[in-house]
Structures are given as structure tokens and as C-alpha cells.
Design a protein around this ligand. Sequence first.
Ligand code: BGC
Length: 245
Amino acid sequence: MGTAFGLDIGGTGIKGAVVDLASGELLSERVRIDTPQPATVAAVLDTAAAVVGEVGWTGPIGCAFPGIVKRGLVGSAANIDEEWLGEHLEERLAARLGVAVRALNDADAAGLAEMRLGSGHQRDGVVLMLTLGTGIGSALFVDGRLVPNTEFGHLELDGFNAESRASAAARKREGLSYEEWGMRLQRYFSHVERLLSPDLFIVGGGISRKADRFLPLLSLRAPVVAARLRQNSGIVGAALHSSEA
Ligand code: BGC
């Protein structure tokens, strides 16, 4: 199966590492550089190149991106500069890095990794991965197959864009305790559960490292588990995607 480089462009950090595609293990150090602000096309490409350069990788690359990515083209930009809209992410990165690049939405990448190698392994039915970070990302699987580019973080709930109230960034911005944030998560997750009736929720994003602080606060019909690959699921999923047809 081999190895590939997983690059995870986030609203706050750009992360990358070489990944063993069979086990999901990181085979290099995990490099992280703050996402430049504003996250314009040129600035993000420079930072992505710095992350890859630090590891010294010259093989294939998979890239996770915090917006809709369809056939390599960026279709939304909630937590990254709007200049990205309509850009061909795969071509821009390939030209900058000099290697082949395949790109997908960041939550879809995280979900692929979890379904293949983590908490969703061999789970059929409807599985919904939600990543709690700068925004809220979603990845929906039906019997193991991804329905790409769902954007359930942007559901309108109580008059707000859901991610503006329930993301990990919202908790930090508003100085919420885990209990206060947990109430918002409960409202959000139960709404999503009513709409989709998933058989399993998987919760990812950097905050999933602290899952024991907030997952026990949630009361839902479906089980809710933390992403087993924690904050690396985006990197691992991006790398897996690079080798898929
Ligand atoms: C974007 C999604 C992304 C999520 C997590 C949202 O604001 O619209 O595409 O997956 O943030 O980065």
C-alpha cells in the first residue's frame, strides 16, 4: 500500500506528515505551522510548501481543505480567505509543490480515516463524523460509502449558523466552560440526530483529545465516540485519498 504525505489545511493551522497507508501511523514528525491570516491563496500555498519542505517529502500528496472541494475545485470558503472560491486547489498545489496532489474536504478526509482505520471501522448503516474546530465539518457515510461535501456545520439553528455557536473556536472565543459548551453541543447534535438518524456519531477535531470532558455530557439515541486517530485523522485521510482512483 505504501506511504503518502497527508497535508491538512485548517482555519488555524496547516499540518502535515508522512503516513503509512496500511496502518495510518505517522512515519515522520507532524509539522504544524499557523495558517497565515488572511489565508489568501498565495499565503496558504507558501505555508503548505513550508510544511512539506520541512519533512523533505517529494512523493504524492493528499490535501484536506476546510471547504467544499469538487473535482479539485474549491466551492466554499467559510474559514479561509474568499479568494479561494473557484480556485483549482489540486492544480495550484501541484504547480507549487511539483508533485501530484489530490484534495478533498477536511471533514471528509477525517471521516475516511476513521472509517478505514479508526472508530468507524467495519461500521455499516449511517455514520456521521462531526469535526469540532475553527468551524464544524461533517462527513456522512452510508454503509461505508462517503456522501461527499455535506455541510452540516452550517445548519441554521435558533437563528444562528450552527458552527458559530458550537465549534471549538466558539467555546474559546466566548470563554465557555465544557458544561456550557456541552449544552450547545447537545442542542446541535440532537437537531442533527432528528434530521439524519445516524447509527453512530464520531467526533473529531483537535478538541477530541479532551473528549472525556464533553462527550459524557451528551444524551443522544445513537452512540457518540471520539475519533480514534484524534487530531491526526485529517492528515491520515488526506494521505489515504491521494492513492485512491
Ligand atoms: C466548512 C466545511 C469544513 C469545516 C471544518 C466549515 O466552515 O464550511 O467545509 O469542513 O468548516 O473545517
